[in-house]
Design a protein around this ligand. Structure first.
Ligand SMILES: Nc1nc2c(c(=O)[nH]1)N[C@H]1C(S)=C(S)[C@@H](COP(=O)(O)OP(=O)(O)OC[C@H]3O[C@@H](n4cnc5c(=O)[nH]c(N)nc54)[C@H](O)[C@@H]3O)O[C@H]1N2
Ligand SMILES: Nc1nc2c(c(=O)[nH]1)N[C@H]1C(S)=C(S)[C@@H](COP(=O)(O)OP(=O)(O)OC[C@H]3O[C@@H](n4cnc5c(=O)[nH]c(N)nc54)[C@H](O)[C@@H]3O)O[C@H]1N2
Ligand SMILES: [Mo]
Length: 756
C-alpha cells in the first residue's frame, strides 16, 4: 500500500524522546520531497495564528491560548505540505492512464501524483476519466438525484475536514432533498463518545478546555497515540509535568508520548537536546480492558471512602447526580479477581492509579480511539464519567472529560448538522429558519449506508472529502457497495482509491484546500472550524489555488444543490458570494452560534457553551447520570488474540507518507503485526517471520491476510496490533458495536500462524 519498498524492513525499539530533532529532520525531508521548501516554511509560519492564519488541516487539538507563534508539529507540517505540493494531476494524466491501470497502483503512488486540477467524469467506453465542465458535472448530479424515486436512495458522506459553512449547506441540501442519510467519519471515530456523554451528561462533547489542562492536578491519557496523532498535546503534557501534575498513560502499548518529549518550539530545549518527561505512570491493560481498570479504580475509591470522607465528593453526588447507589452496589459486587482478569492488570497497579486519582484535587480524563472503537465503547466512556462524578470532577476549573477528536473539524461537522439521527429540536429550528420541510426519520450511518448500497437501496454516493473506499471496514464489501451505485461523486483534493472504486457513472470534483485563497464575488472568504474543545475560529487561506479550475467546497455544494433542487427557495448562489451570509443563517439555526460573524472574528474565536460545564444536564433526569453496566468479557479465547488496527507515525488515515513508523522503531514496513514475544514463541514465530492473520467475525465468517511480518513488541499477552487501512480487510462489515454502531476496529478476534 505504501511506496514501493526500496530497502529491507528494519525494527529496533525506539528509546528517544518524542518530537525534537528527529521530527525536525523528518519535516525537512518531506518539504524537499514535495517541492515545497520555499512555500512550506512561509505557510507554516501562518498556521494556527489567531485571525490571519489558516487552521492546520490536521488534527483537532486546540490552538495555544497565548497565541504561541509556532504552535505546530511535525505531522501538521507534513499535512500542510502534502496539500501544498507542486505536483499536479491534470487531464493529460488521466488520458495516459486508464482506471484499470491506476487500480494496480499503490495508494501512496495515487496520492503522490499531486493535486487534482479540474472536474473529471468517468467514461466507461474508454475506461478513462475525461474532463467535464463544472456546469455539466452539476447537471449530472442534479439529474441523477432528481430521477431517484426516493431521496433516501442517496447518501452524503462527510470526512471531518469540511469547514462549518460548507457543512451547513451540505446538510441543508440533503434535508431539503428529503433525506437524513448523512454518514460521516465520526461514525467510525467518536460516535461512542458522543452517545456516552449525551447519556451521562446531556452533551455530546467534552467539557474542558486548554486552560483546564493548564491547571489540572492529574491527567489520565487513554487509548491515544499522542506523539503521532495529537502531537501538540505534547506541549501540554510536558508543561503539566514541569508544574508537578500527575500524568497516567493507559494504553496496551507504551507509546512515545508516554516517556519524554522535546517540545519543538522550545528553541532552548531543542538546542540543548533537553527533554521533559511526559508521564508519571504507565499502565498497559489488555485490549478492551479499560472498563475493568476504571471499575477497579472506582471500587478502590469507594472502599477508601469508608475511612476517608474526602475520597468521594458526597455533596456533588447528592446535588448533581442520579444512580449513585446502583453504581456503588455494582462496584462492590464486582470481584477484584474479575477486575484483574478483564483489565489484564494486577490489583496493585489498579490501586496505584486509584491513588493518583484520589490524591488529585482536579482530574481530567482524555481519550481517543483506543477507548471508542470497541463493542463496549459507550459503556467505557460512561465509566470514565462515573469515575469523574465520584469526586465531583465536573463543572469546575481543571476537571472533566476531554475526548481527543480526530479530523480538524469533525466536531464542527456534527455541531453544524451532519448527523444521521438529528434531534427534533434541531430539525424544527432548521425548518423555521431555512423554510424547508426536513425529513424526520433517521438516516443511514457509515456501516448502514454500505449495507444499503450493497442491497441496491442506495444508488448515489457523494463523498465530501475523505477516502471512503479505504477508510470504511471490510474493504471488499465496501468496494462492492460503491461499485453497485448508479453514481459516485468524490469531492477531493488528491487522487485516491475512492476515485477508482466507483459507480456506473463517477465524478471527481476537485476543491480548494484549506491553505488556499478562496475568492468569491464578495471578496476573499474565510471558513470556520471547531476544535476538540469547542473553540470556533476562522481559517483564511494564503496560497494561490493549485489550479484556476478549482471550486471551494461551499460552491460545490451550492452547485449540486441548485442542480438537484431547481425550485429551491434557498439562495444558494447568494450564499456563496459572501460566507458571512451563510454564517448569519447559521447563527439563527444553530445553538451556541448567536452573533456568529462578530464572535468568530474575536482573537481565538469563541467557545460554544457546554451546559454540563455549568452543571446544567440536559438528560432525562436533569442530573448527571451514573451508568451501571456489567463488565464485558474481553479475554481472548484460548489460541486467539485481540488485534487493534491503528495508524503509523507516517500516515494520515488512508494517506500514507512513508513506510516508516519512527516512534515504534519500524522502517520500510507496513504489512506487519506487533505481537507479544511470548505469544510468538508459543506459535513458533520469530522476528520478521511471515504470518497469516485470520479474523473471525461475530457471524462466524473469516477473513485472512497472508504474509504479514511478525514484530516482537512490548504489548500484553493475548494482544496484537497492526495498521489501518490495510487491515480493514479483516474488519467484518457486520461487526459494529450494538451500543454506538461503530465498527469494532480495535478489537478483532484473530488467530496468527506462521505462513506455510
Ligand atoms: N498524524 C496523524 N494524526 C492524526 C491522524 C492520522 O492518521 N495521522 N488521524 C486523526 C484521526 S481522524 C483520529 S480519529 C485520531 C486518532 O488518534 P488515535 O486514537 O491515537 O489513533 P490510532 O492510531 O488508531 O491509535 C489508537 C491508540 O489506542 C491504543 N489502543 C488500542 N487498543 C486499545 C485499548 O483497548 N485500550 C487503550 N487504552 N488503548 C488502546 C493504541 O495502542 C494506540 O496508541 O488522530 C487524528 N490525528
Ligand atoms: N481499521 C480502521 N479503520 C479506520 C480507523 C481505524 O482506526 N481503524 N479509523 C477511522 C477514522 S477515526 C476515520 S476519521 C476514518 C477516516 O476516513 P476519511 O476521512 O474518509 O479518510 P482520510 O484518509 O482522512 O481522507 C483522505 C482524503 O481526503 C481528501 N482531502 C484531503 N483534504 C481535503 C480537503 O480539504 N477537502 C476535500 N474535499 N478533500 C480533502 C484527499 O483526497 C485524501 O485522499 O477512517 C476510519 N477507518
Ligand atoms: Mo477519526
Amino acid at each position: 500500500m505504501g511506496p514501493a519498498p526500496t530497502a529491507p524492513p528494519q525494527f529496533a525499539p525506539y528509546h528517544h524522546p518524542a518530537a525534537g530533532w528527529g521530527a525536525a529532520k523528518s519535516v525537512t525531508r518531506f518539504l524537499v520531497r514535495e517541492g515545497a521548501y520555499v512555500d512550506g516554511p512561509r505557510a507554516i509560519m501562518r498556521m494556527n495564528h489567531e485571525n490571519d492564519g489558516f487552521d492546520c488541516p490536521g488534527c483537532a487539538w486546540p490552538d495555544d491560548t497565548k497565541g504561541l507563534h509556532l504552535d505546530i508539529c511535525e505531522n501538521g507540517i507534513k499535512h500542510v505540505t502534502w496539500e501544498m505540493t507542486r505536483k499536479r494531476v491534470g487531464r493529460e494524466f488521466f488520458a495516459t492512464h486508464s482506471v484499470t491501470e491506476l487500480s494496480e497502483w499503490s495508494d501512496f503512488a495515487l496520492e503522490d501524483q499531486g493535486r487534482l486540477t479540474e472536474p473529471m467524469v468517468y467514461d466507461a467506453a474508454s475506461d478513462h476519466y475525461v474532463p467535464i465542465r463544472w456546469r455539466d458535472a452539476f447537471d449530472l448530479v442534479g439529474r441523477t438525484l432528481r430521477d431517484l424515486d426516493d431521496p433516501n436512495r442517496a447518501a452524503f458522506y462527510t470526512s471531518g475536514r469540511l469547514g462549518n459553512e460548507a457543512t451547513f449547506l451540505y446538510q441543508l441540501m440533503a434535508r431539503e432533498l428529503g433525506t437524513n442519510n448523512l454518514p460521516d467519519c465520526s461514525n467510525m471515530c467518536h460516535e461512542a463518545s458522543g452517545r456516552a456523554l449525551q447519556a451521562s451528561l446531556g452533551t455530546e462533547k467534552g467539557t474542558v478546555d486548554l486552560k483546564d489542562w493548564e491547571v489540572t492536578d492529574a491527567l489520565f491519557i487513554m487509548g491515544v497515540n499522542v506523539a503521532s496523532n495529537a502531537p501538540r498535546m505534547l506541549t501540554a503534557l510536558s508543561a503539566a509535568y514541569r508544574r508537578g501534575a500527575q500524568i497516567v498513560h493507559i494504553n496496551p502499548l507504551v507509546e512515545a508520548a508516554a516517556t519524554r518529549t522535546i517540545v519543538p518550539h522550545d528553541f532552548v530545549d531543542m538546542a540543548l537536546f533537553k527533554s521533559t518527561r511526559t508521564s508519571t505512570l504507565n499502565l498497559q491493560p489488555r485490549i478492551g480492558g479499560d472498563m475493568a481498570l476504571l471499575r477497579g479504580m472506582a471500587k478502590a475509591i469507594l472502599e477508601q471512602s469508608t475511612t476517608d470522607e474526602k475520597a468521594l465528593d458526597q455533596l456533588f453526588i447528592g446535588r448533581h447526580t442520579t444512580g449513585f447507589e446502583a453504581y456503588r452496589a455494582l462496584c462492590e459486587a464486582t470481584p477484584w479477581e474479575e477486575i484483574e482478569r478483564q483489565s489484564g492488570l494486577d490489583r496493585a497497579q489498579v490501586l496505584k492509579a486509584a491513588r493518583v486519582y484520589r490524591d488529585a484535587d482536579r482530574s481530567i480524563f482524555s481519550w481517543c480511539l483506543g477507548v471508542t472503537q470497541h463493542e463496549h465503547g459507550v459503556d467505557t466512556v460512561r465509566e470514565i464519567v462515573n469515575l469523574l462524578l465520584l469526586r465531583g470532577n465536573l463543572g469546575r476549573e481543571g476537571a472533566g472529560p476531554s475526548p481527543v477528536r480526530g479530523h480538524s473539524n469533525v466536531q464542527g461537522n456534527r455541531t453544524c448538522g451532519i448527523d444521521h439521527r438529528p434531534s427534533p429540536e434541531f430539525l424544527d429550528r432548521l425548518a423555521e429558519v431555512c423554510a424547508i420541510d426536513p425529513p424526520r426519520a433517521h438516516g443511514l450511518d457509515t456501516v448502514n449506508a454500505i449495507e444499503a448500497m450493497r442491497r441496491g437501496e442506495v444508488k448515489v454516493f457523494v463523498g465530501m472529502g475523505g477516502n471512503f473506499a479505504l477508510a470504511a471496514p471490510d474493504t471488499p464489501a465496501t468496494y462492492e457497495a460503491l461499485r453497485g451505485c448508479e453514481l459516485t461523486v468524490q469531492v477531493s483534493t488528491k487522487l485516491n482509491r475512492s476515485h477508482l472504486v466507483h459507480g456506473r457513472r463517477a465524478l471527481i470534483l476537485p476543491c480548494l484546500g484549506r491553505t488556499e485563497k478562496d475568492h468569491q464575488r464578495g471578496g476573499l472568504q474565510s471558513t470556520s472550524v471547531e476544535d476538540s474543545m469547542s473553540m470556533v475560529h476562522l481559517s483564511v487561506g494564503m496560497k494561490c489555488p493549485a489550479s484556476p479550475h478549482l471550486l471551494s467546497e461551499p460552491a460545490i455544494v451550492a452547485g449540486m444543490a441548485r442542480a438537484a433542487l431547481p425550485d429551491s427557495e434557498t439562495p444558494w448562489e447568494w450564499y456563496i458570494e459572501d460566507y458571512d451570509r451563510i454564517r448569519d443563517t447559521m447563527s439563527q439555526a444553530l445553538d451556541g452560534f448567536e452573533d456568529f460573524n462578530r464572535r468568530v472574528r474575536l482573537p481565538l474565536g469563541f467557545r460554544i457553551k457546554q451546559p454540563a460545564r455549568e452543571l446544567v444536564f440536559l438528560t432525562p433526569s436533569g442530573q448527571a447520570e451514573f451508568s451501571a453496566a456489567p463488565l464485558p468479557d474481553v479475554v481472548p479465547a484460548p489460541g486467539t488474540l485481540a488485534l487493534g488496527t491503528m495508524r503509523s507515525h507516517d500516515q494520515w488515515n488512508t494517506t500514507i507518507y512513508s513506510d516508516n513508523d519512527r516512534y515504534r522503531g519500524v522502517k520500510n514496513l507496513r504489512t506487519l503485526v506487533f505481537l507479544n514475544p511470548d505469544d510468538m514463541r508459543e506459535r513458533g514465530i520469530a522476528e520478521f517471520d511471515p504470518v497469516d492473520i485470520t479474523s473471525t467475525a461475530k457471524d462466524g465468517s473469516t477473513r485472512t491476510l497472508n504474509g504479514y511480518l511478525a514484530i516482537p513488541y512490548e504489548i500484553p499477552r493475548g494482544c496484537a496490533a497492526g495498521y489501518m487501512p490495510e487491515m480493514n480487510v479483516l474488519c467484518a462489515l457486520g461487526d459494529y458495536s450494538t451500543q454506538s454502531d461503530q465498527p469494532i476496529m480495535k478489537h478483532l478476534k484473530v488467530t496468527v500462524t506462521a505462513s506455510a
